[in-house]
Design a protein around this ligand. Structure first.
Ligand SMILES: *Cc1c(COP(=O)(O)O)cnc(C)c1O
Length: 364
């Protein structure tokens, strides 16, 4: 059985768990923004101004002017007409995918898509076609064979457990050719790719109505919650039909204040994205020639693969005893057991050096 591992203090470069101080290689707080004074300060200010809880769903005045501003700023940040805030990435995928498809639609979903996308597909009651990971040939065969009037392609831009990226340009062309909506989950790309604007932005995909961008504030932005940015008609449709938006209490203003502050740091170019990538390259270089089997990662998610759960559990435990927190991820979350290392801008070179040296020592 797995059990929750709870911290005794801040989320950051160092975490304290069960009385041990550990170098943290498990966090998606890629830019170290969760403890940034502007971000925590904005949360404090908002909680005093608007209260701790929001009291109701958005349509019943649970939201505040901060919610409105965050939606406006998010849309502006991504160059889209409009945006809608969801309580989490899970809520976003669970609510938006059914709202954008439905029983008459067909959905085309990458086999490695996140559980929240899978569950959104299930709730939609659409016919779901799973295409082989990043396999555009397979995706096109399925699209070609489909007679559905309404089609939706769903993919992550950066895959959360493998760290690789989707061939978004080609998928975008397929979505045009076969008249499908393209739903891109940028949970691990916002704050990391495209100057923080995600992979869609890095690839300069045009902001046309069929393109729907989803992202979260809980990973690189160091806060919590999620957004969907798209055409204004799609956002209006989601505001009226996405059940996780309609029937769940709005996020508290403290969270929204934190997200606004984090977004400002990223959108004004003040986030340490370059440091993040330098750290990531430094770690990858260090792991070269180590004999370890890495996933073909293209992001700060660096998975090391193992044949057995026992092997990876034991390594993770030994790392813990050496002062390093790097969690084992195992089936059914992933097919092949792995140590999922995530690197952050807040790591120092010495931290990464220690991780590499310890791994080499333990695996000798
Ligand atoms: C983390 C994640 C989510 C869920 O987002 P939360 O805000 O944590 O609920 C959705 N999709 C992907 C790809 C993720 O990695």
């Amino acid at each position: 059985m797995r059990a929750a591992r709870d911290r005794e203090g801040l989320q950051g470069r160092i975490v304290s768990i069960s009385g041990a101080r550990l170098l943290n290689f498990a966090s998606n707080d890629y830019l170290g923004l969760s403890a940034h004074p502007d971000v925590t300060g904005a949360a404090q200010k908002a909680v005093l101004e608007y209260g701790a809880g929001s009291g109701a769903a958005r349509l019943l005045a649970g939201g505040t002017l901060l919610h409105q501003r965050l939606e406006e700023e998010t849309a502006k940040f991504l160059g889209r007409e409009s945006a809608i805030i969801f309580n989490s990435g899970y809520h976003a995928n669970l609510g938006a995918i059914p709202a954008l498809s439905g029983p008459e639609a067909e959905i085309f979903s990458d086999e490695l898509n996140h559980a929240s996308i899978i569950d959104g597909c299930r709730l939609s009651r659409a016919k779901v076609h799973i295409y082989k990971h990043k396999d555009n040939g397979h995706l096109e065969d399925l699209l070609k064979a489909s007679g559905a009037r309404k089609k939706l392609i769903a993919t992550e831009s950066v895959f959360s457990m493998d760290g690789d990226t989707a061939p978004l340009e080609e998928i975008f062309h397929l979505s045009e050719k076969y008249n499908a909506l393209l739903y891109v989950d940028e949970a691990h790309a916002i704050g990391v790719f495209g100057g923080g604007r995600g992979l869609v932005s890095q690839l300069d995909l045009p902001p046309i109505p069929r393109l729907v961008q989803m992202g979260t504030f809980g990973k690189a932005l160091g806060s919590y919650g999620a957004f969907i940015a798209a055409d204004k008609d799609i956002i209006a449709w989601l505001q009226n039909t996405a059940r996780t938006f309609l029937f769940s209490t709005a996020l508290p203003s403290s969270i929204i204040g934190a997200s606004l502050a984090a977004l400002e740091i990223v959108s004004t170019g003040k986030a340490p994205i370059k440091t993040l990538w330098a750290n990531r390259d430094f770690l990858l270089n260090g792991l070269k020639n180590s004999g370890l089997v890495l996933c073909p990662t293209e992001s700060p998610i660096i998975p090391i693969l193992f044949d057995s759960v026992e092997e990876v559990n034991e390594l993770s435990k030994k790392l813990f005893d050496s002062g390093i927190y790097a969690p084992a991820i195992r089936p059914p979350t992933v097919k092949r057991p792995r140590l999922r290392i995530t690197v952050s801008a807040s790591h120092e070179e010495g931290d990464i050096g220690k991780l590499v040296a310890t791994l080499k020592l333990l695996l000798r």
